[in-house]
Ligand binder design. Structure first.
Ligand SMILES: C[S@@+](CC[C@H](N)C(=O)[O-])C[C@H]1O[C@@H](n2cnc3c(N)ncnc32)[C@H](O)[C@@H]1O
Length: 461
């Protein structure tokens, strides 16, 4: 039986639930406080605002319906499960979610939905969860994981709205301080998310409550604190929304154990067809090494990264010299500026190579950029992908098969994250490389007697 099909009172509790609060009419306050907020919670909430959402009417819906007001929030299981479903019966499990009607429709009409999350090749996990020193628990590789390998594909336990949707009216806004509005918002959000939490299977409730919580003194409750500490932004959002508003965040049993690094060896991507988060190695990870991802934009300057990490309770990011040592920060910030604003584009030279010069001397800017990106541990970023792509095309053009293979092995991870598909296997074999566009172009030029140094732009996609 699908959720929503039963009429008994017990069954009704498990139907979808919705609040009569339409998204668009809510006054939205997104930035929440963190750290220690004096008198957090009740102490900050003035009389008249204590009950709020809790007194609002919930109504029940047929879980299979997609026919909602797109702006209404719905508490629902994704994918839909039977009333008596146990986690062990549902491959990949299910997520208890709060979604707008618009997003629910979008998910259920995604081609291929609900595909099963991917399982490891021989059924053996590539990781274990273990102690990570002062960071608490973390994820560790149990064998050498190659760039491009999928470490885990996991359906979340819970999907929550990523911001509080405060019900404070514009009139009331004028009477309240910003912190009071935040605290009211947090409280409302907490009540809403408690409904979602209560719908979760007991094993997931237990696993959820065992997750880290860095928000114990800012007005967050046990549930919202863990959502704020462990949530990973999904790939979908409410219609007519922008910025943090209208986004959703996924809380997972294992992926939420992955710690942050500004030099991450892995990256995550959201897949709506399988309703799962996928973590992929962006460079080789040794057996025993900790698996890390970037919680912030790893290309941002050190000061901005530090600021973005504070809400996670990370005050002293120590990933390497570009985080902690003043000289290292200067070099790292300068490099990141160039990575962001000065992309390297390589041109074949217009003049013959100088005597004694290597045939690939003109590729130096891209090679330097690639080395710098690796030195900063930024194998998961767009610029690494773009530069590796150019080098692959350049070496196809120069017919240097070994170098094509080298850069093809390096691009695999970031390609999977950015393009959400595997890098073409043809660049890993001599036969495939010889069939490539640039190899063939070079072959034709040779046959026509056009020297290699005639102008040509090496494209990067
Ligand atoms: C999503 S959880 C990661 C798993 C967590 N370590 C645990 O024990 O479950 C995020 C929390 O881990 C800790 N953390 C993650 N990365 C860290 C880092 N680079 N340095 C210090 N603490 C970190 C912070 O407490 C942060 O709030």
């Amino acid at each position: 039986m699908k959720r929503g099909f039963l009429n008994s009172s017990k069954a009704k509790q498990q139907n979808e639930q919705s609040t009569s609060l339409p998204v668009t009419k809510a006054k939205l306050v997104s930035k929440l406080s963190h750290g220690v907020v004096p008198n957090a919670g009740k102490g900050q909430i003035p009389k008249g605002y204590e009950s709020g959402f809790g007194t609002r009417k919930f109504f029940e819906l047929n879980a299979t319906s997609l026919d909602y007001d797109p702006d209404l929030y719905v508490c629902t299981a994704v994918p839909l499960v039977t009333m008596d479903a146990k986690l062990s019966d549902v491959p990949g499990g299910w997520a208890e979610c709060v979604l707008s009607g618009h997003v629910k429709r979008m998910i259920h009409t995604t081609p291929g939905f609900p595909r099963r999350p991917l399982s490891p090749a021989n059924g053996k996990k590539l990781y274990r969860i273990g102690e990570a020193g002062s960071k608490g628990l973390g994820m560790f590789a149990t064998r050498l994981i190659r760039a491009g390998e999928i470490i885990i594909d996991e359906r979340p336990m819970m999907v929550a709205t990523a911001s509080t949707n405060s019900i404070v009216s514009p009139d009331d806004m004028a009477k309240l301080s910003v912190e009071q509005i935040r605290q009211i918002g947090l409280r409302e959000w907490g009540k809403f998310m408690k409904v979602v939490f209560d719908r979760m299977p007991p094993e997931n409730q237990k696993a959820f409550m065992e997750l880290a919580n860095s928000h114990t003194q800012d007005g967050s409750d046990d549930i919202t604190g863990r959502i704020r500490t462990n949530g990973v932004v999904t790939g979908f959002r409410d219609r007519n929304s922008s910025g943090a508003q209208g986004r959703y965040t996924a809380i997972c049993k294992d992926i939420s154990r992955i710690n942050h690094s500004c030099r991450p060896n892995a990256s995550w991507s959201w897949h709506t067809d399988s309703f799962s988060l996928r973590v992929c190695a962006v460079r080789d990870i040794r057996a025993g090494e900790e698996v890390t991802v970037a919680y912030c934009d790893a290309l941002a300057p050190a000061s901005e990264r530090a600021e973005a990490l504070v809400p996670y309770g990370i005050y002293d990011c120590n990933c390497g010299p570009s985080c902690s040592d003043p000289a290292g920060i200067r070099i790292g910030d300068k490099r990141r500026d160039r990575f962001r604003f000065e992309p390297v584009v390589v041109f074949a030279p217009h003049v013959p190579p100088k005597v004694g010069e290597a045939p690939d001397a003109w590729v130096k800017p891209a090679l330097r950029r690639f080395r710098e990106l690796e030195a900063e541990g930024l194998e998961g970023c767009n610029e690494y992908h773009r530069t590796a792509y150019q080098l692959i095309n350049v070496y196809c053009f120069l017919q240097d098969v070994e170098k094509v293979k080298k850069y093809a092995s390096k691009i695999k991870g970031v390609h999977r994250v950015i393009e959400k598909k595997e890098f073409p296997a043809s660049f890993s074999s001599a036969e495939g490389i010889e069939r490539s566009q640039y190899y063939q172009m070079s072959e034709m030029r040779k046959k026509a007697g056009i020297p290699e140094y005639e102008p040509i732009l090496i494209s990067f996609a």
